[in-house]
Design a protein around this ligand. Sequence first.
Ligand code: KIV
Ligand code: ZN
Length: 499
Amino acid sequence: MADKLYIFDTTLRDGEQVPGCQLNTVEKIQVAKALEELGVDIIEAGFPISSPGDFNSVVEISKAVSNPTICALTRAVQKDIDVAVEALQYAKHKRIHTGIGTSDSHIKYKFNSTREEVIERAVAAVKYARRFVDEVEFYAEDAGRTDNAYLARVVEAVIKAGAKVVNIPDTTGYCFPEEYGAKIKYLIDHVDGIENAIISTHCHNDLGMATANALAGVMNGARQVEVTINGIGERAGNTAMEEVVMALKSRNTAIVETGINTKKIAPTSRMVSNLMNMPVQANKAIVGRNAFAHSSGIHQDGVLKNIQTYEIIDPKEVGIDENSIVLTARSGRAALKHRLSVLGIEVNDERLNHLYEEFLRLADKKKEVLDNDLLALAGITPKTENNIKLDYLQSTAGKEIRNIASIGLDIAGEKFEAAATGNGPVDAAVNALKQIVKRNMVLQNFTIQAINKGSNDAAKVHMQVLYDDNVYYGFGVDTDIVVASIEAYIDAINKFPNK
Ligand code: KIV
Ligand code: ZN
């Protein structure tokens, strides 16, 4: 039987450290719930001592999800551990993730210490954390550049001290897969008591090898992988969960299996990307816009005859409805006919030939011919009412004055203007917007965050708008918080379905 591979998700800790990606507690709970549905085993919810916001998020996530273990990060410092214990008080299953740098450069430059002292601090931290929780995970920061013989001594000592999981981070994304795999094997072969702990991978992507390294770790005995959705994380990011999970699934390796419901991968990826305002690159494996898109005529023809010709994963397995045939000047008649039929337009050969000529003329001018273009070619007017853009916004704010806002919108090329008052500048602007867009919508949640620091900072606004029993999320960013707010509202409205 295949071993269980534990999926430890650190989107909300290592992923969230990326500048501009910070989420508020409400958004973190949303992500945590999605991770629970996805089937992750452990959610690293934050680094509680780092800020009151992180502390609060760990508390609230602990209350909001019950299946996964909730993990809190600490340094090998008693105060950190005390705060983590407090933050985890409501978690049904809890874990403390404590650790210290073990590479010579961390020992010398970060701690001005010695190898022996670092082992002592590591052991003391694990023993201290074990006073409060059963599950203690130890990380040997910069293990990727730590001498293997010394690393084995650290790992042996922390397992003896009570660590149940030992994390071997390639913090700087330095290792090659063979090297990282050999490191894990070295530990398995040389550490007394290694059978009492799970070895975990935690790989960064600085050289584009985070997924390969994590897999090399698994092939050599690691049974937990630390990952993030879409591979987000500091610098070049962390190992992407979807890549590890789908690599193992699609190659049908009998070694390990995960509990991930892969059909939830695409929706979770989109949610994280939207909330963190972190676009996924189009050619990103598994979740990129082009991951299942075929554009050359030869490939399109093959895929339409038998999908296996050019596809190794059925997109439905990761929650994408169908593979997409991208229509470009290189597409053939078969692809055009297929897309028209998906849009509900059946054509005979004569009409197809005619449309194909028009299609080629258009494709020569445009990089990609979209569904709306095809509908127009076929003489059907696409619905564009959800295409709202903010033309201008003027608002007054201050003490003991009336807050007035005037707004100009461009809706599918048509111009609209309105003005309104409100109890504040945002309220006035929203009221003006609602005079133009007359939908039965309710603003359910509204958060404003500064991206950096200082009064010249840009504000990041998230809005949650209820419409037709569905919730739509909008995002806006601007140095003017009223503009950012209205952009967020418009972003949410633009996601409403066409009527
Ligand atoms: O990359 C790293 O070393 C980390 C540790 C704090 C686990 O994120
Ligand atoms: Zn990391």
